[in-house]
Structures are given as structure tokens and as C-alpha cells.
Design a protein around this ligand. Structure first.
Ligand SMILES: [Zn+2]
Length: 137
């Protein structure tokens, strides 16, 4: 756009120095200069539209990534934890989200009614959960 401003300033210079008398040659030079500036502006506008479209596509792809991430986060809440009963070796599954409860949760084996998992009663990070799970076995 800097180049366009220079051209406009040049054309303004021609127009100001006319002093009422405009020869066909000067008219032609002025008109040609104006058309040149219009062409430059059209090219700039086209480049700008293209850049804008690229930015829009990028924002759209970012938005899709956020949706994917949200899905992963919500799926994790529905994650199931597997514990093997130490007494009868029954496979016991329960939702990880119940451990987010403030109260202590006891998971009982449906087969022999042995307690196979006791929650801490607080939200524990993933690694700590695995340790607790291993202790319970
Ligand atoms: Zn059992």
C-alpha cells in the first residue's frame, strides 16, 4: 500500500500544477495514472481477501481441534477402571467419574462382595489413581 500512496501523491502533484489549463496529454497521463492506482488497489484487495480466507480456514481448523479435544476430555470422564477381585479374581469394572465424588466410595465385588477398591474421597490425578488401584489388588 506504500507504493499506492506514492502514486496517488504523484497524481495529486500533477492535478495541482494544472492551473486551469489541462492539455490532452496531461489529461491522458492523469487518467492513466488513476487507472494504474486502481489496478494496484484491486491487486492489494485480492491479496487481502486471499489472506483473510486462509486465516478463516485456519480458525475453522483450530475450532475443529478444540471440538476434538473436548470430546477426548468428556470421554475420559466416562472412562472405566478395571480391578481384579483379590478374593475370587472376578473382573470388576467401574466408572472413573464416581471417584470425583467428595465422599469416600467403596467398590464391592459383585461376585463375592469383597471390597476391591476404596476411593480417597478427593479428585486424584491419573498416576495416583493407578497406584491406589494397584494397592487395592
Ligand atoms: Zn470377588
Amino acid at each position: 500500500m506504500h507504493k499506492v500512496r506514492e502514486k496517488i501523491a504523484y497524481l495529486q502533484g500533477i492535478a495541482e500544477n494544472l492551473e486551469g489549463d489541462m492539455s490532452p496529454r496531461r489529461q491522458a497521463r492523469l487518467m492513466s495514472g488513476i487507472l494504474d492506482v486502481l489496478e494496484d488497489m484491486a491487486v492489494s484487495l485480492s491479496d487481502l481477501e486471499e489472506a483473510h480466507q486462509q486465516l478463516e480456514d485456519y480458525v475453522d481448523s483450530l475450532d475443529e481441534d478444540v471440538v476434538e479435544l473436548e470430546k477426548e476430555v468428556y470421554d475420559e470422564e466416562d472412562e472405566w477402571i478395571h480391578v481384579e477381585c483379590p478374593t475370587c479374581h472376578e473382573d470388576v469394572y467401574f466408572e472413573a467419574s464416581i471417584l470425583e465424588d467428595d465422599e469416600v466410595v467403596e467398590i464391592v465385588c459383585p461376585s463375592c462382595e469383597e471390597v476391591v477398591f476404596i476411593s480417597e474421597g478427593e479428585v486424584a490425578p491419573e498416576e495416583e489413581r493407578v497406584e491406589v488401584k494397584n494397592d487395592a489388588i
